[in-house]
Design a binder for this molecule. Structure first.
Ligand SMILES: Cc1ncc(COP(=O)(O)O)c(C=O)c1O
Length: 485
């Protein structure tokens, strides 16, 4: 057993830097709110933290609670309709990303996907979508009643991962289907595989069908030339970004961009978003979106990002030279986001590698599959952390850790083609019954089963359950199926 536990905290830099080269109107408005406290006879009921549970307040710090307010108060502006500093912050975000309009999302990219589905895909219409889409797109179809037409991306068999979406597959689906509401592509994949969005967008234009790109994992691309080009500039009509994933904003905060020249009506989308979005939007989350955008545009943020890109290159180079370590690189046909590094170590499952890194090295990875682990090189990682990561993986590869005591029977990445035998909305709202998993073969699923991360469906309503599903469902005793079918 390697004794390598190290106090990670010592690697953390705590000195705040002042950034004066960019504007962040929402951050400024929140600062004014903080500096000019008013007597509060309004929500939230914790009243600036006075009525908060003490251990919680101590943990998060009193400022977090003092700043926890919603829109409407004290000149902070409103989210729906966007006014004041919130409107200004959304406009600055649109400018930074090169969009016609940008909307702040306080329910993650999930909310952006639900909004686009509810607004733009109607009952009886089809949505051409990649098999490895996030479950929120399927939930959106349950809301709208649209039907998925599956595109199977390339399979990276040895990694047990989905690869790029081939443009010719999109063209084929458009040729074979009428009533297509839109093409909806995930780019990059969770593991960083990048498809040719320009070619896909050109095909969509040829067929006069709008293109949405779920770019949840690609929000940094606009800010560094060594990263792939954002779909915002490749012909997509709408793009969803999880700023909270890699962009530096707080969890749950995302953006929906309507691109210049989009086929979508931004006002109509805003009206739909208003129906789905909370009516008590957190100023902290919105200010964190404003702050993340300002940071990425600032000199300091640009330096952080180019450092992250350099670190990612360094990690790839070092790891690829270690015997027994394998790094997923670009393929013949696909590009990749170099900051997302998927690796495997010979003789260890991804789950086992994850647990060794966690238990013996205090390193937490983004996710683990049967095959490998996903490492994200973030804008906040330090040089020391990067070196420690490389050294730790080298130590693991050179020692004789084994999988022997690790029982992990579950399969992680469903690479099955769903057989949809009933419209997902119809299935979801049908009469259901709960059946033991082993007895569900040949039945029709009535629920979405998709584990997060990466939130890719194992089963969705209307899908025929087959024996091939079982290895992915080890943790489920029962499944909801359509009654009497
Ligand atoms: C491709 C993709 N789209 C959308 C989402 C949903 O994002 P959020 O967690 O911001 O709601 C995820 C989450 O993992 C995702 O991987």
């Amino acid at each position: 057993m390697i004794k390598a536990k190290t106090k990670i905290h010592k690697f953390r830099k705590t000195t705040p830097d002042v950034q004066t080269d960019v504007k962040a109107p929402l951050v400024e408005a929140l600062e004014k709110f903080y500096k000019n406290p008013m007597m509060q006879f309004h929500i939230p009921g914790h009243t600036g933290g006075r009525a908060a549970y003490k251990p919680f307040k101590k943990l998060v710090g009193s400022n977090a609670l003092l700043l926890d307010t919603t829109d409407e108060f004290d000149n902070l502006g409103t989210l729906h309709p966007a006014t004041g500093p919130i409107k200004e912050a959304q406009e600055l975000a649109a400018k930074a990303f090169g969009a016609q309009r940008t909307f702040f999302l306080l329910g993650g990219s999930t909310l952006g996907n639900l909004t686009m589905a509810m607004c733009q895909s109607k009952k009886g219409k089809k949505v051409i979508v990649n098999r490895n889409c996030h479950r929120s797109i399927l939930t959106g179809m349950i809301i709208s009643g649209a039907e998925p037409v599956w595109i199977l991306p390339e399979k990276l068999e040895e990694w047990s991962l989905w690869g790029e979406i081939e443009p010719c597959e999109i063209e084929k689906a458009l040729q074979e289907n009428d009533d297509v509401a839109m093409v909806w592509i995930t780019n990059p994949t969770y593991e960083g595989v990048v498809s040719d969005i320009k070619a896909i967008a050109d095909i969509c234009k040829k067929y006069n069908v709008p293109l949405i790109v779920d770019e949840a994992h690609g929000c940094l691309w606009n800010f560094n030339k060594n990263l792939p080009l954002s779909s915002l500039h490749l012909g997509a009509d709408a793009v969803v970004h999880s700023l909270h994933k890699t962009g530096g904003s707080m969890s749950q905060s995302s953006m929906l961009h309507i691109t210049e020249g989009s086929k979508f009506d931004a006002d109509e989308i805003e009206r739909t978003l208003q129906l789905l979005q909370t009516t008590s939007p957190s100023m902290l989350l919105m200010a964190s979106l404003d702050a993340a955008r300002a940071n990425l545009e600032s000199k300091k943020g640009k330096r952080q990002l180019s450092r992250a890109v350099q670190y990612a290159r360094y990690v790839r180079k070092k790891l690829s030279k270690i015997d027994g370590v394998n790094v997923l690189e670009s393929g013949e046909h696909f590009d990749r986001d170099i900051t997302k590094i998927f690796i495997s170590v010979d003789g260890l499952s991804g789950k086992r590698l994850e647990s060794i890194l966690e238990i013996d090295f205090d390193i937490e990875v983004e996710s683990a599959s049967d095959v490998g682990v996903l490492l994200l090189i973030n804008i906040g990682n330090t040089k020391q952390e990067i070196q420690y990561l490389v050294n730790s993986i080298e130590k693991i590869a050179k020692s004789n850790y084994s999988d022997i005591y690790y029982i992990e029977k579950r399969k992680h990445m469903p690479m099955l083609t769903p057989q949809i035998v009933m419209n997902p909305r119809e299935a979801y709202y049908s009469e259901k019954e709960t059946v033991e998993k082993e007895k569900t073969i040949g039945r029709i699923s009535a629920e979405v089963i998709a584990e997060c991360p990466p939130g890719i469906s194992i089963l969705l309503p209307g899908e025929l359950i087959t024996e091939a599903h079982l290895p992915y469902l080890n943790e489920y005793k029962c499944i909801e199926v359509i009654k009497n079918k």
